[in-house]
Write a protein that binds this ligand. Structure first.
Ligand code: NAD
Ligand code: ZN
Ligand code: ZN
Length: 343
């Protein structure tokens, strides 16, 4: 079968490998669609030793059950499914609470990260990772598993702060950000301010439910403050889907007292907070979190939102043969919404 593999640091190649076999408790899935996440670019950019090599990338997967491994029940060949990508130990305190995204035993990873993923004709996953998707198109279901789930989880963590009329700033309206805008619009009555460097991304934000758009330039902080009102106001929640120095600077500058700063983007920037110091004192009672992906239960809820037509990924599809080009376009900022590879 064809598989897009990390074959050396920075090297993504479409190669031929044998179709894997589903072991006990596992399922062989015929891949229908795989989202191209910006995290894959971070993996490609990581130095040697950061991730197992070779590995098939692709952690936003939907497809159809091809074969059941020994002992698997509840699934039939041909059934459509989405893949929850995290595989926790199942036994630690976090896993027992359903927080596999905080598993203390298994290092951060999962399908398409620490083991072979979905950028291939077939992928093997534990049957426990599959969720039913009903009539949802696989190209719609695939992005839900990360571009939908990760913002949903981050938003859930701040749920009590999302009161009608309060202000939420969403920075980086790409794959995750455009889903965040829709999830907020569908599940809250907050005012949504979308921030990005790209005009196309800001147009996408408006189409998907943002009330205001702000270009991420040197005037962004003033503009956001104008929209949310003067200090000691500010944004109740900031979701940063970029995580580079300039966006972290915007984030900390516009958060209100008691606000929630959710750092989702893995851009490698540094957040500076100086309690009590300087001309720009940190607003008090701010909490900062670095959320990771989400839980299986939350993915079921995200799928339900999509099945109700309340959220919909804006998708640009590519055949698997164009996988390298799709990631090059993502790197150049030429993907609006989510690129989805179709084997
Ligand atoms: P993407 O490439 O689809 O979107 C990024 C968006 O950010 C684009 O619209 C781009 O124009 C915008 N942007 C870039 N630089 C900017 C700047 N300086 N100011 C404002 N906007 C800027 O990426 P994605 O797939 O949505 O992923 C976003 C980030 O989230 C990545 O860093 C990814 O690794 C990370 N991520 C984290 C988790 C997690 O669990 N924490 C999960 C998935 C992805
Ligand atoms: Zn991802
Ligand atoms: Zn665990």
């Amino acid at each position: 079968m064809r598989a897009a593999r990390l074959t050396a640091p920075g090297m993504l190649e479409l190669v031929d490998i044998p179709v894997p076999t589903a072991g006990p408790g596992e399922v062989l899935l015929a891949v229908g669609a795989v989202g191209a996440c910006h995290s894959d670019l971070h993996i490609l950019d990581a130095p040697a030793g950061g991730f197992p090599i070779p590995t098939t990338l692709g952690h936003e997967i939907a497809g159809r059950v091809e074969k059941l491994g020994p002992g698997v029940t509840g699934w039939a060949p041909g059934e459509p499914a989405a893949v929850y990508g995290i595989i926790g130990c199942g036994h630690c305190r976090a896993c027992l609470r359903g927080l596999e995204n905080q598993c203390r035993t298994v290092p951060v990873g999962g399908v398409g990260l620490s083991r072979d993923g979905g950028l291939a004709d077939y992928v093997v996953v534990p049957a426990s990772r599959l969720l039913k998707i009903g009539d949802l198109e696989v190209t719609q279901a695939a992005p839900l598993t990360d571009a939908g789930l990760t913002p949903y989880h981050a938003i859930e963590l701040t749920r009590p702060a999302l009161r009608p009329g309060t202000c939420c700033v969403v920075i980086g309206i790409g794959g995750l950000g455009h889903m965040a805008v829709q999830i907020l619009a569908a599940t809250t009555a907050v005012t949504i301010i979308a921030v990005d460097t790209s005009d196309e991304a800001l147009a996408l934000a408006t189409r998907t439910g943002a009330h205001h758009t702000v270009r991420a330039d040197q005037n962004a902080v003033d503009e956001i403050r104008r929209l949310v009102g003067p200090r000691p106001g500010g944004a109740d929640v900031v979701l940063d889907f970029v995580g580079v120095d300039p966006t972290l600077e915007i984030s900390r500058s516009v958060i209100s007292a008691g606000g929630h700063l959710m750092l989702v983007g893995l851009g490698g920037g540094t957040l500076t907070m100086q309690p009590g110091a300087g001309v720009v004192p940190v607003p008090l009672e701010v909490s900062v979190r670095i959320p990771f992906w989400g839980t299986r239960a939350e993915l079921k809820e995200v799928i339900a939102l999509a099945q109700r037509g309340l959220i919909q990924a804006e998708v640009q599809t590519f055949p698997l043969t164009d996988v390298v080009e799709a990631y090059d376009k993502l790197r150049r900022g030429e993907i609006h919404g989510r690129a989805v590879l179709v084997p």
